[in-house]
Design a protein around this ligand. Structure first.
Ligand SMILES: O=C(O)/C=C/C(=O)/C=C/C=C(\O)C(=O)O
Length: 287
């Protein structure tokens, strides 16, 4: 695939994951070729997917010689839907384990956005020998903030959008995703709305999951010291979804972590500051 233009359709694949009670058809995009693989895990917003979250980050990593796998978590995009009554971070981690086993990947680097960061940490705790380096962006653990009332305004808007999936509610949520809203085009809103409305089962199951267990993302703080992987934590100082002090908590708990904070940046650092984000990630993975 290297040397050709990557598209969602040309990289789209499915795998059946069976693990205990799980039997799920999981969608992923498989981009590029390389001895080292970076798995990217998306966030939990309605209509999110690996491709939607990371479309500004795939090509530079593929061009640098990495294989990039975008896994759509159960309940998002073209993956099967599910009601999650326990820890969604651990559910995603178990599904990721099934995927890396199916692809016969001994060890992967994981780049997680928000829920994807929580899930990357859950995976690293359960499968330390399968993890190379971690990049945690706007996520890595649930848990309360000592400074910001929770749920945050962003999470309230996200949950409101799941309950009432309208274009107005989508715009309200996306306007607090980012610091600078001038890049949010009607085309982007429409694509995200289409993603959401294509899978009303995902929207309904997310609402049912929250009703069954409002704390879908457990607090991993007491266990962070177990993770020895080198970790790059990245945050936006204007993140209105997962507050920046969560990044400080990760820095304090993870023995081999460093933290970069982008100023004038919301919850989508990988998109708002894509060029610098990509350079930092490549430098971190290489050295
Ligand atoms: O509640 C949490 O801790 C996690 C929230 C998210 O995962 C929100 C993510 C939103 C996105 O980045 C998205 O693209 O939907």
């Amino acid at each position: 695939m290297t040397g050709t233009t990557l598209s969602e359709a040309s990289t789209s694949k499915f795998v059946r994951i069976q693990d205990g009670e799980l039997d799920l058809n999981i969608h992923y995009n498989d981009c590029g070729e390389g001895a080292e693989t970076v798995v990217m895990l998306h966030g939990s917003g309605p209509g999110a997917s690996g491709w939607a979250n990371f479309n500004r980050n795939i090509e530079p990593l593929v061009a640098a010689g990495y294989r990039v796998i975008l896994m759509d978590c159960p309940g998002w995009s073209k993956s099967d839907s599910i009601v999650c009554t326990g820890s969604r971070s651990d559910l995603n981690a178990r599904v990721l384990k099934g995927l890396v086993d199916a692809l016969e990947l001994d060890r992967v680097h994981i780049l997680g956005n928000s829920m994807g960061g929580h899930s990357a940490v859950a995976f690293a705790l359960a499968n330390p020998e399968r993890v190379g380096k971690l990049v945690l962006m706007g996520g890595g653990t649930g848990g309360a903030s000592p400074f910001t009332p929770m749920p945050t305004e962003g999470i309230k808007l996200l949950q409101g959008l799941y309950r009432e999936p309208t274009i107005d509610n989508l715009k309200k949520m996306m306007n607090v995703f980012v610091f600078d809203t001038s890049d949010l085009t009607e085309e982007l809103f429409q694509a995200r709305l289409d993603n959401m409305l294509n899978r009303r089962d995902h929207l309904e199951n997310f609402v049912k999951s929250l009703a069954a267990n409002p704390k879908q993302f457990p607090d991993f703080s007491p266990r962070l010291a177990e993770i020895k992987a080198q970790t790059l934590v990245i945050w936006g100082s204007n993140d209105r979804f997962v507050p920046m002090d969560t990044g400080l908590r990760l820095l304090a708990g993870l023995p081999n972590a460093e933290l970069h904070v982008f100023n004038r940046c919301g919850h989508w650092a990988q998109w708002e500051h894509a060029d610098k984000f990509n350079r930092m990630v490549l430098d971190f993975l290489t050295h």
